[in-house]
Design a binder for this molecule. Structure first.
Ligand code: HEM
Length: 423
């Protein structure tokens, strides 16, 4: 995962991770501030749109951009990405993403279209930079193939998102209550960018973190083929308004891909040599559990729209964020430890162990706080969707748990970045 000769400058992955963690804190504050409105009907809801993109672009995609710059050249033995270009890309991306969020929040058409355009252009540059590194690669791993396909889905999400942004302003898509165009955007964003990429990276990292022998490239490729083909054809079917049977059939293909992945992930874990799960793996398994709860709700949401709210909560905050936090607990100390190794005064100067770089107790408290917050808010939102109670105000009780956990997490990262050689 780390090879100094192939890694970008440290400020690239760490800078994007810090920007992402700041985005996560802003999101929690926004959710608390606008709780009743955000969790209401989601269509054309300014607060919900702002929150969705604070999460997807401000937090998750920011961290993933930094991780792609770090992982791609090292894992695939390719040329490292030029730090300055990556910095330029990251700055334009963050300006674009946050302008888009502000545009949604304030219902301002010019901010939405300008922010969306800047975000899309920066994502195209991101794809070019990562693509160049991939072209020079001498080792095409399974995870690398997933990441290349995930990247294409990110571009599809952003390009179609920008069309929807211009449509919000100029209204050229005829039926404004048609859910297919929005469904296409969300499907490739959630499934193609987040889920497919996470699956691919986990094929590489889970066996490493859990010391597992199990690595079957054939079934991993089957997962990729089924998911890629299923999500891609469902996207086209929704865009072209093909018969609903075509969308349903495509989603069955994608579901088969998820099934193959679930079997592989279970086998990797069964055959692990490290019996005790470390914090990263605990986060990762919790994330997969939340994915298992989110998917049925999202699949049923076209029949009952209210289910989209707990479904999106469990998918984004439960699955995507939990997985990213777990990976960051591993990656950030590792990166900074290598930086200390490179910059220490002499070869005899001792360095702290990875575990000594942050308070494990605070990190564990953060895990429980985060998981409790996701579960409690998820249950409240589900009850709301089933009309058992009005969840919009009630979630004010559970949301502070996730805010507290995000702050604990930010504190851990800052603690890591202050680590020094021991003597
Ligand atoms: C340049 C990037 C992007 C732009 C310009 C953009 C634009 C938009 C627009 C205009 C809508 C509202 C569509 C409508 O209701 O007709 C929307 C909704 C949505 N987008 Fe994006 N988007 C972008 C990236 C993403 C990404 C990467 C994701 C996630 C993976 C995402 C997830 C969502 C979600 C979940 C909604 C529904 C939110 C709600 O209805 O409350 N977007 N996006």
């Amino acid at each position: 995962m780390i090879d100094p000769a192939r890694s970008p400058a440290l400020y690239v992955p760490i800078g994007m991770a810090l920007a992402g963690v700041a985005g996560l804190i802003v999101l929690q504050a926004l959710l608390l501030h606008k709780a009743p409105m955000i969790f209401g009907p989601f269509r054309f809801n300014p607060a919900a749109l702002a929150a969705a993109h604070t999460f997807t672009l401000g937090f998750a995609t920011s961290v993933m951009i930094g991780a792609f710059y770090q992982i791609t050249p090292v894992m695939m033995l390719g040329r490292p990405v030029a730090g300055r270009l990556a910095l330029l890309q990251g700055v334009v991306y963050l300006c674009g993403a946050w302008s888009l969020v502000w545009g949604f929040y304030s219902s301002s058409g010019p901010w939405i279209t300008a922010g969306g355009t800047a975000a899309l252009l920066s994502l195209i540059l991101f794809a070019v930079l990562v693509g160049c590194s991939m072209r020079s690669a001498t080792q095409w791993t399974v995870a690398g193939r997933f990441m290349a396909v995930g990247l294409s889905f990110l571009l599809a999400t952003a390009i179609w998102g920008l069309v929807l942004a211009f449509n919000l302003r100029y209204g050229f898509i005829p039926n404004s209550m048609d859910y297919s165009p929005l469904g296409a955007h969300v499907l490739v964003g959630f499934g193609g960018w987040f889920m497919l990429t996470v699956f691919g990276v986990s094929y590489q990292l889970f066996p490493m973190f859990a010391l597992s022998q199990r690595q079957d490239a054939r079934t991993a490729h089957l997962t990729l083929g089924l998911l890629g083909a299923g999500l891609g054809s469902a996207f086209i079917a929704l865009l072209l308004h093909l018969h609903p049977g075509v969308t349903a059939g495509s989603l069955v293909l994608a579901a088969a891909g998820i099934g193959v992945y679930a079997r592989d992930a279970a086998a990797i874990l069964r055959q692990r040599r490290r019996r005790e799960l470390d914090l990263s793996m605990r986060y990762a398994l919790t994330a997969l559990g939340f994915l298992g709860l989110a998917l049925p709700l999202l699949v049923l949401s076209p029949m009952r729209h209210g289910l989209a709210v707990p479904g999106a909560w469990l998918f984004l905050v439960g699955f995507v964020a939990t997985m990213i936090l777990g990976m960051l607990y591993k990656i950030v100390p590792f990166l900074f430890w290598h930086y200390l190794l490179k910059t220490r005064r002499s070869k005899t100067q001792r360095l702290p162990n990875l575990d000594q770089m942050f308070s494990l107790r605070a990190a564990r408290a953060g895990y429980w706080c985060w998981t409790a917050g996701v579960v409690l808010t998820g249950l409240l939102l589900l009850g709301g969707a089933l009309e058992l109670w009005d969840a919009r105000g009630l979630v004010r009780v559970s949301l502070p748990l996730n805010l507290a956990a995000s702050l604990l997490f930010a504190g851990t990262i800052l603690q890591v970045l202050q680590a020094k050689p021991l003597d």
